[in-house]
Design a binder for this molecule. Structure first.
Ligand code: AKG
Length: 232
């Protein structure tokens, strides 16, 4: 029932929220895993300086500890409802990571993830992005901003477009059609982090963001369990 209502939300407004996708005990474990797997990487601050932020890219290539989330049957059903994969090509993981919006970080531009490809998708998107909130998402800490209904627009992105901040509790999952205009918000708090575990899928006939098998060697790939292998 929840799965159908989230698919309906995404189809109608371009994004949907699965409330309490995970309960507090699982979120706590994920929070620890985020600390374990995050590395300090440089990002640009609002004032142009560099800031070191603990986050992670291409997680699926470096650990098996998030595979149960990336392949969760509820998530996969929602993705299938939106991407409508063909039997021949299925769906692939394009990117996975830990996003960490910290105070002072430069706000990224509004964008649509499908613009990774040179042709804008029609009818169904090429990609679907999802963010599992580890910390509370509020406007103050840089919750994701979306433009409701923009998944149905085919014009260029207008950075002045009015956005909505998506409020999430830890354990809630935000899922976005790849055509939906969105951006991470600005974290104006003094010291709060806004972490999320991110998994981004594409139609199986598209080139995934990290390439074949998300960049794993053939040997590593061949040893994976089938539930994750099928999406790589
Ligand atoms: O971290 C966020 O709130 C948004 C992430 C984003 O823009 C993306 O993954 O494309």
């Amino acid at each position: 029932m929840v799965i159908h209502s989230v698919i309906k939300q995404i189809s109608e407004i371009g994004y949907g929220i699965f409330k309490r996708f995970y309960d507090d005990s699982i979120v706590e474990r994920f929070s620890e895993l985020c600390d374990k797997h995050s590395v300090s990487r440089s990002f640009i601050k609002t004032d142009g300086q560099t800031i070191m932020v603990k986050s992670a890219k291409n997680l699926v290539a470096s650990t098996r500890e998030f595979d149960d989330f990336f392949t969760d049957s509820r998530l996969i059903s929602i993705l299938e409802g939106i991407l409508k994969p063909t039997d021949q090509w299925g769906m692939k993981i394009s990117d996975t990571g830990i996003k960490n919006v910290v105070p002072g970080l430069k706000t990224p531009l509004l964008h649509r993830d499908d613009d990774l490809y040179p042709q804008l998708a029609r009818g169904t998107p090429f990609t679907v992005n999802s963010l599992l909130a580890i910390d509370p998402f509020s406007e103050e800490v840089g919750a994701t901003k979306v433009v409701p209904g923009s998944h149905l627009w085919d014009h260029d992105i207008d950075q002045a477009q009015k956005t909505v901040s998506v409020q999430l509790d830890p354990g809630d999952l935000l899922i976005m059609d790849g055509r939906t205009w969105h951006q991470a918000g600005t974290n104006s708090s003094r010291c709060k982090e806004r972490r999320a575990v991110n998994v981004y899928f594409c139609s199986g006939w598209c080139q995934p963001g990290h390439g074949l098998h998300c960049g794993m060697t053939g040997e590593t790939y061949s040893k994976l369990e089938s539930h994750i292998k099928t999406f790589l």
